[in-house]
Design a protein around this ligand. Sequence first.
Ligand code: BGC
Length: 680
Amino acid sequence: MNEIYSEEQLQKLPFMDSSINLEKRVEDLLSRLNLEEKFKLCSGRRMWHTKPIKRLGVKSFTMYDGPHGVRLDEMGEKKSTYFPSAICRAATWDSKLSYEFGMAVAKEVREGGAHMLLAPGINIQRTPMNGRTFEYQTEDPHLNKVLAVATVKGIQSQKIAACVKHYICNNQEKNRKTVSSEVSERALQEIYLPAFKATVQEADAWSFMTCYNKVNGIYGSENHNLLRERLMDNWGFRGFTVSDWNATAYTSTEQCVKAGLSLEMPTANKFNKRNMTKAFNEGKFTEVDINENIRRLLRVMFLVGLFDDEKTLPRGSINTPEHQALARKIAEEGIILLKNDEDLLPLNIDKIQKIAVIGPNANFGIEGGDILSGGGSSINYPPYEITPLEGLRKKCKGKLEIIDKPSEADRTIIFAGLNHDHGMDSEWEDKDALGLPLEQVKLIQETMQENPHTIVVLINGSPIAMDDWIDQVPSVIEAWYGGMEAGTAIANVLFGDVNPSGKLTMTFPKELSDSPAHASKRTYPGNDKVFYDEGIFVGYRHFDARDIAPLFPFGYGLSYTTFTYESLTIDREKIRGDDVLKVSVDITNTGKINGKEVVQLYIQDVQSSVERPLKELKGFKKINLNSGQMKTIVFELNKHDLSFYHPIENSWVVEKGTFKILIGSSSRDIYLEGEVEYFE
Ligand code: BGC
């Protein structure tokens, strides 16, 4: 167990042989580690690494943030592609783009010498006030699942581990290290868990990061039920768990070990040698417990090729024109046209002479070397950033003049929104307000007086209340934090080179009290506990059930063209058991220009023994249609799509009866309706 090997002998040990079975390699290496070495592997060092075990040639396994590009150093000296924020990527409703993003960012991780990306973040967007809303994908479990699976598959296609985070119910930053999310089993099953589960069962995620908070009274890192029972035993997870950075602060060594926490980051605290030895000697955990945790970490070390000849691994690449083009494409497809009442957009470059470009986000931080993004651990450092003003300058060069006086311009574009300041879109704190900062509201109102042909482009990462200005403004765009090519993407959309096709993945409420998490102080922010009293009625499920008009509904987004929805066909009247129902619909682009549409399918259980949402998204397809073109699209539904988690029976059930099938372009724009009956 303590043999010293020469380099030559090491190379001949069975676990070094990449031609033998993965599990055999894992067991061989595990059997050679002594207890002290095993303890050593349980915690990190220098922020981003595991400790090497030189005696056995175990190199350190390296992991970096984050969800919008890999951050290779804290000083920003090493550059990498800055991709659009996750909420923007999700707004594309295009899982292929999530896959491509995953692949590209993983290549950058490889080139940066690391093995795991601390992403994707897939917590459900429960409240628009969460400082990390921009880092997460959506309020809807189905959409969350589809995009999370694609992202993890993309990352791991490059033999880089994805680290799915933050498991689970870390849905606010306020009190995140002490609060207990009090959530029902039904809400866990129907809303919060599905995407996490799918990344295991459909994408074989190699790592999960635990949350800072407690879930029903127990911290994520020592939560036996969440880790050992659900994730590992029930879902069949073969990867390892890592604590969020310092998330073990208030936990106990043995509970974490027994719950199945493999790796404590960033350094040894609960898993330091003294604590581990003491708990072990007192019989609080056994070597079998430790072996199980270490086995998982070793497995992933083998999966990413830590022991293999680097020449045999997928090649890395960083800051390539391809990655930058992908960042631009995701930004273009994630931009949402919220309002275009007078068809001010797209701008016609040949028909106007002067545009005024104003507002705090037009050229944010360019002098100070800052970038326009959300804040916190997701930040990375790109080699350049095209701001909206720069994007427009390039587009307009030699064709029209850009000025800063709305009164002298044919059109004015105000770049408003938020940034990564505390109290805005940033980790560590939640947002201070749902509306724009007052000076921006004033700017919009005054500008409208000077020039009614004004377009507001919002750059931010979470819902914004707009009631105090939106009626005065004819055109509004939500452009999100669009990554390093955001300015190019925005200019392309404003001038119609790209027809907008993004759709909201989170309801924009008119006011905060409309939002399900904001019924009382108990439901947000809570104190020691935050009560998820809304249960499964998160996002549009709440707005529908309580009949509240949102500012903009889930799934919403306009286009420069128009689409019609016709000929809904449901291939059977009744289904049962494992039958698969086929639902088809014809979509036609009836406008003059080409465009993309996101066709959405919702179901409604007409009569149920428990309260169910009026709509639940169960399918979506993004299609590209030329002007005049028609396409038939087909959805498939099965029993699980009709089922719900029964709070008394504690299992998923489908009840007999009629289900409505609703097809539309948003959760509030339903054009076609049909029915199917479930019988047994
Ligand atoms: C965040 C994680 C991040 C980690 C490392 C934590 O504060 O919650 O998402 O991966 O830091 O930077």
